[in-house]
Write a new protein. Structure first.
Length: 98
């Protein structure tokens, strides 16, 4: 079964991940909410983590595929954290920080 990540995470473009930029986003979001930890396989949503809260995938079908922009990412945060509940407002603030 697929496990919903507990916290904020980023899904970058595998073909052009821009890791320093993704790390800067994670660093900004840490001041607002917690970052999703990797599972025991060092992955989130079945994709290997390249850093705290950072995964990458092919762009098609993952929210990044409508552009050929150098900087493209899908941001995710869920308010129903079982360990550290996050309000809807905090989810919005995390998206703004990103």
């Amino acid at each position: 079964p697929e496990i919903i990540p507990d916290g904020f995470y980023l899904m970058g473009n595998k073909a052009n991940p821009q890791l320093p930029w993704l790390q800067a986003i994670i660093d900004a979001v840490r001041g607002v909410t917690h970052v999703a930890p990797a599972d025991s396989d060092n992955s989130i949503m079945g994709l290997p983590c390249l850093g705290d809260g950072i995964i990458v995938s092919d762009s098609r079908g993952k929210g990044k595929g409508a552009t050929n922009a150098t900087y493209a990412v899908t941001t995710e945060v869920y308010p129903d954290s079982p360990t550290r509940p996050v309000t809807g407002d905090a989810c919005n603030e995390a998206q703004v920080a990103a």
